[in-house]
Each structure stands twice: as structure tokens, then as C-alpha cells.
Design a binder for this molecule. Sequence first.
Ligand SMILES: [Zn+2]
Length: 97
Amino acid sequence: MAIITTTCPLCGAEREVEVDWNRYQKWRRRELPIQEALPTLSDSEREALKTGICDRCWDEKLGDPDEDPAILNPWEVPGPAGDAARAMLEEMRGGGA
Ligand SMILES: [Zn+2]
């Protein structure tokens, strides 16, 4: 097992998510969708790994369809949270399921 520390790109909140390292790497290498690689995590934990975005920001900012802060500026977010956000956007652009 390993502890992944994510940082919310919107508010900077840190969160620790415990994962199976080998399975986590499979997801990082895109060998498996995150739901299959890390099925024991909650939706919110998977979201934290994918985007770093914390529950509070999902509720406060992403609940409003008039705003789109999730896509704010992931290219400028340093570290693994930025990597995750960029990977997610690339996945969305790629049109994958
Ligand atoms: Zn946040």
C-alpha cells in the first residue's frame, strides 16, 4: 500500500489517499481505468486522485453550471495534482469512454 497526497488545484487543500501502489501505477500508465484499478476507493477518493479537487470544491464550485473552475488552468498546476488534471483533460479530449 502507499499513501498518495493530492493537492486541490482550486483551494490547495491536501488529502491523503491510501492505494495499492501496483494498481495505482497501472492506472497511471493507463493500463486500467481508475474504477477497475482502484475499485475499493470511494468516488470522492478516486476524484481526488484524478483531479485533486476536494469534496468542498466540487460542492461549492462545480455544482454551479455557470462556472467552470475545474478547467481553470490545470496546465499551470504543479505537481501530481496538475498531472492528474491534465491527464483527465486529455482523456476527455480523446473521447474515451
Ligand atoms: Zn478544494
